[in-house]
Ligand binder design. Structure first.
Ligand SMILES: C[S@@+](CC[C@H](N)C(=O)[O-])C[C@H]1O[C@@H](n2cnc3c(N)ncnc32)[C@H](O)[C@@H]1O
Length: 308
């Protein structure tokens, strides 16, 4: 998945993505409606009331730049000029689209560590549908062996090398034979890399997923899937066209919350997208408690004390 999405020469995000939205392979809530941008701007205003000395805003994984554009517009001229805006983007194709859309008002960085260095560690951070693009590791429960095995390509099962203490899936032994789940060492490593440099601020994480084990209820094949021209592909089709189609998996928020807690970062709130958007108005498909509105979660974490 890491190579299919991020190989420097042939990766989907690095080379072949056209854009995000109706003209690309998949849409996101950002490309469907401006309401997430309006709600994110309201969140930034509220957070800067709590942490008035934080003057940098960082979006990670900004797609075609439309969320940053709406956030800046919704903040209004006065508030906008109080902040310096940054984007962390690893896709050269999307960075170019963002630069066309947003112009010189933004500072671009290759990594969150670099953006935080520029902000001297004090920043508000937000990301929408970033984590679901991180490479997932597929595991399968063997009832006969009473253990989890890692799925390799071409499909075959192997002992895994991951520490069960870090992954709720690997500590769970009550699934039916053959249940597949994803774990995300890539997200855990990413958090461990940049959080030591974060001195103060707040982070809004928006993504699809849920708590474990409910996340895998009635999903014996797990949540891994691909998107090509807005078609959802599962099974062996996920491995077809490497580098030419998006691959994604749901986020296990039980793990994500535990990793941040372990890193000493305080959780301020945990809502569904519908709950986050409702005060600001949004189209029905994003507020639907049985659809996108509940499949997406919005977590706020706060860093108020400088960790040495
Ligand atoms: C699924 S798209 C979502 C785009 C946008 N946030 C939206 O909601 O429309 C994932 C985005 O994250 C970027 N990305 C993936 N991994 C990244 C990483 N490690 N650091 C920064 N950006 C990353 C991709 O290039 C892309 O812009």
């Amino acid at each position: 998945m890491a190579r299919a999405l991020f190989d420097p020469e042939r990766g989907y995000y690095t080379r072949h993505i056209r854009t995000v939205g109706s003209r690309g392979d998949f849409s996101t809530s950002v490309t469907l409606s401006p309401s997430l941008g309006v709600a994110t701007a309201a969140w930034l205003k509220a957070e800067s009331g709590i942490l008035p000395r934080v003057r940098h805003v960082i979006e990670v994984g900004a797609g075609d730049g439309s969320l940053m554009q709406t956030v800046r517009k919704a903040l209004g001229w006065w508030t906008r000029r109080q902040f310096t805006f940054h984007i962390v983007e690893t896709s050269p194709v999307l960075r170019e689209q963002q630069q066309k859309r947003l112009g010189s008002a933004i500072h671009w960085h290759e990594s969150l560590e670099a953006a935080l260095a520029r902000a001297e560690g004090n920043a508000f951070i937000y990301h929408n549908e970033l984590l679901d693009a991180f490479p997932a590791t597929l595991v399968e429960w063997s009832a006969a062996k009473q253990r989890w095995l890692e799925v390799w390509l071409p499909e075959s099962l192997h002992p895994h090398q991951h520490e069960a203490a870090h992954y709720s899936v690997l500590r769970h032994t009550a699934f039916k034979d053959g249940q597949r789940c994803e774990i995300h060492p890539s997200i855990r490593d990413w958090l461990r890399n940049w959080t030591p440099q974060w001195k103060s601020g707040a982070m809004l994480s928006i993504d699809y997923g849920g708590e474990f084990p409910q996340l895998y209820h009635r999903r014996p094949q797990g949540t891994l899937r691909a998107y090509l021209l807005h078609q959802r592909l599962t099974g062996a089709d996920i491995y077809a066209n490497p580098g030419r189609q998006d691959i994604t998996a749901d986020i296990n928020f039980t793990d994500y919350r535990a990793w941040l807690a372990k890193l000493g970062i305080e959780e301020a709130s945990h809502q569904t997208l519908a709950e986050f958007l409702r005060p600001h108005g949004a189209p029905p498909q994003l507020l639907d408690p049985h659809g996108a509105g509940s499949a997406f979660k919005c977590l706020v974490h706060r860093r108020t004390v400088c960790a040495s």
